[in-house]
Write a protein of this length. Sequence first.
Length: 242
Amino acid sequence: MIFRKSFIKILIVIFVLSAIVGVGVYFVGTPIKISNSFHYFQVPDVKISKIKLELVYFVPSDQKPDENFYIALEKAAKEIQNFHLEQFRGLSALRYAIYPKPVAGIESSAFYDGFNTANGNPGAIKKIFLETAPRVFNPNGDMYDAKFTRRQSDELPIRVFVYQGVGASSGVLSVIMSYDYFTKTNYGATTLYHEILHNLGVPDEYDYVTGNDYSDDIMGGGRTKPISQTYIREEIKKQMMQ
């Protein structure tokens, strides 16, 4: 009789586990949805399984490069990699490549900055992008590096121009970041990831005129905190994971 009761209990446990696996876990009558893909903000059809950051330390002809740049950029890149993995639960892989030496610009700072460096100096992105494309990313370029430019077919490439000058803004699959963010603040990695999220369609959460924040996460007030002290709020994550 004891054996029979134990056998019945085992059957009940197996039945319950089978039900959980078969129909999902329910809590207060609501199924827990498990995300299994990562995509462009509010566009589920545009899946992003992998991201590759291509960091280039770009120095105008009238500026002196920092010989320790690689250490500063790698530290920030590793922090970003870990942050991305944690925030999006490993649904999207992010890796980085850092061009091994400073890229000396052909022109001086005045050329890249133009007449207006407001709003993050977006004009410099276009000029640096056009200059580095044939030199660094083209096999016939004078600074081409096959190892640096190599990428997998399913990786989304984002070019990050770490600029020895002013700027912090995003373009089309590109970012410009003043090198000062990595050496004179404790939130360089945060600012860079903030701009990366713009490349993925995520909007700002602060007023451009007053600077007032609409949220306290990385797109709002958390954009000026160390990356270990900020986060991506759930409303954004829900619109990027499916």
